[in-house]
Design a protein around this ligand. Sequence first.
Ligand code: FAD
Length: 423
Amino acid sequence: MLESHYNTVIIGAGPAGMMAAVEAHGSGHSIILLEKMHKTGLKLRISGKGRCNITNEEGMQSFLNRFGKKGRFLKYAFSQFFNHDLLKYINDMGVPTKLERGGRYFCKSDRATDIVVAFEKKLSELKIPIAMKTQVTALAKNDDGQFTAQVRQAGHSFQIMADQVCITTGGLGYPATGSTGDGYSMARSFGHSIVDTAPSLVPVLTAGDIAKRVQGLTLRNVAVSVWDTNKKITEMFGEMMFMRKGITGPIILTLSELLVSMLDHTSEVSIKIDLKPALDHKKLDQRLLREISDHSKQTFKTMLKSLLPLKMIDLFIYLLKVDPEKQLHQITGEERKRVRLLLKEFPMQVIGHDSYDRAIVTSGGVSLKEINPISMESKLTSNLFLAGEVIDVNGETGGYNLTSSWSTGHLAGRSMRNNKLES
Ligand SMILES: Cc1cc2nc3c(=O)[nH]c(=O)nc-3n(C[C@H](O)[C@H](O)[C@H](O)COP(=O)(O)OP(=O)(O)OC[C@H]3O[C@@H](n4cnc5c(N)ncnc54)[C@H](O)[C@@H]3O)c2cc1C
């Protein structure tokens, strides 16, 4: 049974909300966590392919850089609660962690749900109730300084009053997990501006059937460059993967924010994959010449096997239109050049991106200019706090986004705990 008044109401039981609730405890305030879904932390449960990439080993500055220019906003939150604090926190809750390649930390059990269960246990120990299937449909502040949350639960609508409120409703990605952007309209009703939102860390769609022909193939140690017509915009080194209709994988997801915004403004967006980034054009040509002279009786197809992942050979033959059985001494200079160019600049035209349904995070959100980075309190409405993905920060893949949600949730919770409430 819900009370009609709480000192502290936290809206959304994802990582930011659960952390904020735990950290808000301790000064005698009554606290409630409201969650519209039937379970807490649905997105957290599927994070890191169900293993939860909790955080990253990286140092503060390069960690902040993973959020682009907006990383500056997180500096204070991270100075209070950063990667190793988070790991200790999670370990202390009884969930051991492990370090994997790329500085990524995961649950030792490979079960993201362990973290959700640990937070639920902690909240229960602190006697902080979680009202499930309880959706906040509107939020307002009255003349007496109290907040009124309009709430829907089991087909009934009612109001809950609060002295302070924290919005931790997440972004718009994977809406089936409950993140449907509700917090944006709540923030807007207090005059907050919402920086345009877009799917980020999202697979991109490519023209034709090239991706489909090598669907499922992962390329490691490649360099992917992004092109606006004939102008190279950026380049990134790492791992990518082909899907039925496009491409994904760590570097593509990281580049997706840029690609999505370019698609809005640019007529021709493409990427080029450098399959041999360790060799420049000249060295690669020397390598091809060596192959041809050392194995002149071999077939073209056999040479490709020494240069490419198996799954790409037929695709190269199809694109190059060279007879696969042709002997290497018959390969013309022009054909050799085309092989080199395809290896160094494998082109794919980007024609779109997956929707929010497949977006790991949302770019945009509640404007950072209107939030105090030292407390996470709204600069427009006192006693209103915001944390997690609902605010306008989003980072690369690698454990950065969850760290940001937990750190900002931690800071908001502490601020609410220390808030001297009048009633
Ligand atoms: C498939 C996938 C994998 C990911 N993997 C990783 C990873 O390994 N590492 C990493 O760092 N990041 C990862 N992320 C990103 C990360 O999960 C999110 O950035 C993070 O969960 C955001 O936390 P949050 O608490 O701000 O919001 P959310 O996790 O979105 O939680 C918001 C909560 O608020 C509730 N809510 C919304 N509106 C209302 C309302 N009106 N009333 C009541 N409740 C409401 C929602 O139901 C939800 O429970 C992944 C994301 C996805 C989709």
